[in-house]
Every structure is written in structure tokens, then in C-alpha cells.
Design a protein around this ligand. Structure first.
Ligand code: ZN
Length: 304
């Protein structure tokens, strides 16, 4: 009797460990929440995704923690955005971990910005980074096709048994991205071109601007690290007064005081908050698709 019971428990244990019914999800660490969501959408139940920079966090100014290093060491796959979004510390930690990693923006040709101060016709402040690469690819759902495809390829590489599963989920996600593009086109096309102007805190929306013909004005450049000069701010105040920009927004990842100050000086009204570089905890941007639709709705609403 006793022997029988032991045999039985041994059988149960071996069943539990063989993973015959359901394999343990693979651990994917993503550098920030938007990319993490793309990995979750494509990876479904085969992945367990965690992010370094959390919802509402600022990836440009992120401080790597000891916990992050452990998280990276235990991952099966690490996903980063690339194009300079991640801080040097994060990139170094990813490389030092020796875990397989992939860049979601691989193969996408980025927007390169002239250094911010040189755009206005006032005195140059003498900054030396003349061509800053813009990492905010996710605000263009057309480019996100390649981004998501890179994520699918990376998942298949580390988990080839799931290849069909990932490919099928990628196909669905790709269809959703096409719908996001169609939605944005429809919303923005309803607005006269000369009214398609938006003020935000940092220069995060150039890919959206390029795709849908919107002009974005921002006191801060493509990173949130450098503070805007008084001259830049004064130039923006003049520009807003002259052109009558109606759509003025703060962002979920940063303090809105600069935008509030500009709004006050120009008499513009703040139209709300955009979700720039992270998903949110407030329920408006739980997924990338939510984030994109929300931003398009509030921007187009404010431009009318
Ligand atoms: Zn940014």
C-alpha cells in the first residue's frame, strides 16, 4: 500500500515537471512599458513580461537598480527600444548580463533632429549635438509593424517551440496596428492642416507628426534630460502667440510646470495630458493601443 502511494506521487511529480500540459512561461524583460506591452500582446500566455522603467516612468532619466540587474540575469530574453532611448547604464547592464537581447527598432530608419536651439532664428546657445536620433518610434503605428515583427522574431528565436503561436498572434497584432493607423488618419484628416499644431513638454511626437502632418512644438528636446533655455521658452511663447496653437498638453512621464508656464504666458488652455513614453496607471493607457487611441482623440479634439 505504502509503495503504491509512493509510485503514485512520483508519477505526479514527474508529470508536473515534464510540462506536458503547459510549459512555464518564458521570462521576458523589457526596458520600458510600451515595449513590454508589445511583447505581451505577441507573447500571450507563453511569456511573463516585466519592465525596467514602469508605467508613468521616464526612460530617458531612468536610474538602474540592483533589482533590475537581477531581473536581467534571470531573463530568457531582454528587449530594448534602441536609438538611444535607454540610458547608458541600462544598455551596459543588458550587455553585461550575456542574456539574448533584441532591439525593437532594428531596421527602422530613425528621424534625426537638428539640435533644438538651431531651429529658431535667434542666438544659438552653442550646444554641440547637432543630429540627435529620435527614439520615439512607437508614436507611428505604421513603423510599429516592423517593431512588433522584431519582437516576434526575438521570441521565436528564444522559444522556437512557440513559433506558430507567436506568428499567429503577430498577425492579429499587425491587423490592430493597421486599425490604429486608419483611426488616426480619419481623426487628423478632419482637421485643416494649418490647425494641426500641438505643444507638448518634450519632443516625443515627431513620428506621429511626420506620419499625419502635425507640427509639434516642445520646449525640451528628444530627451528629457536637458532643461530648456530661457531663450527657447521665449521663442515658443512668441510662436504660440503668433500661430494660435490651441492644443497644449502636459505628459504623463514628467512634471507639467514648464508647459503650464507657457500656457499662462500665452493665454492658451491646457487640453490635458498625453501619454508620451510610458503606459499609465490611471487606466487611460493600459496598453500601447489604448495609449495611441487616447492621444489621437485628445489631440484631434483640442485642435478643432
Ligand atoms: Zn521621450
Amino acid at each position: 500500500m505504502k509503495i503504491k502511494w509512493m509510485k503514485m506521487s512520483a508519477l505526479m511529480i514527474s508529470l508536473a515537471f515534464s510540462g506536458s500540459l503547459w510549459a512555464e512561461p518564458i521570462s521576458v524583460v523589457s526596458s520600458f512599458s510600451i515595449l513590454g506591452d508589445v511583447a505581451q500582446q505577441i507573447g500571450g500566455e507563453r511569456v511573463q513580461v516585466s519592465n525596467l522603467v514602469p508605467a508613468d516612468g521616464d526612460a530617458h532619466a531612468y536610474q538602474l537598480t540592483g533589482g533590475d540587474v537581477k531581473k536581467l540575469a534571470n531573463a530568457k530574453l531582454i528587449l530594448i527600444n534602441g536609438l538611444g532611448l535607454e540610458t547608458g547604464d541600462v544598455v551596459r547592464a543588458v550587455k553585461n548580463s550575456k542574456i539574448t537581447y533584441a532591439e525593437a527598432t532594428a531596421g527602422i530608419s530613425p528621424i534625426k533632429h537638428e539640435e533644438h536651439e538651431e531651429h529658431d532664428h535667434h542666438d544659438h546657445a552653442g550646444h554641440d549635438h547637432h543630429h540627435e536620433i529620435d527614439p520615439h518610434v512607437w508614436h507611428d503605428p505604421v513603423l510599429m509593424q516592423k517593431y512588433a515583427s522584431n519582437v516576434a522574431t526575438a521570441l521565436i528565436k528564444v522559444d522556437p517551440a512557440g513559433a506558430k503561436y507567436y506568428a499567429a498572434r503577430f498577425k492579429n497584432y499587425s491587423a490592430e496596428l493597421s486599425k490604429l493607423d486608419a483611426f488616426a488618419r480619419q481623426q487628423f484628416n478632419a482637421i485643416p492642416k494649418n490647425q494641426r499644431k500641438v505643444l507638448t513638454g518634450h519632443d516625443a511626437f515627431s513620428y506621429l507628426g511626420k506620419r499625419y502632418g502635425i507640427e509639434f512644438i516642445a520646449p525640451q528636446g528628444v530627451s528629457t534630460e536637458a532643461q530648456p533655455s530661457a531663450k527657447t521658452v521665449a521663442a515658443i511663447v512668441r510662436q504660440i502667440k503668433q500661430t494660435g496653437v490651441k492644443a497644449v498638453f502636459t505628459e504623463n512621464i514628467k512634471d507639467g510646470r514648464m508647459v503650464q508656464r507657457i500656457a499662462q504666458e500665452t493665454g492658451a488652455k491646457i487640453g490635458g495630458k498625453l501619454y508620451s513614453d510610458a503606459l499609465s496607471r490611471d487606466g487611460n493607457a493600459k496598453t500601447y493601443a489604448d495609449l495611441f487611441r487616447y492621444n489621437v482623440r485628445v489631440m484631434s479634439g483640442a485642435m478643432k
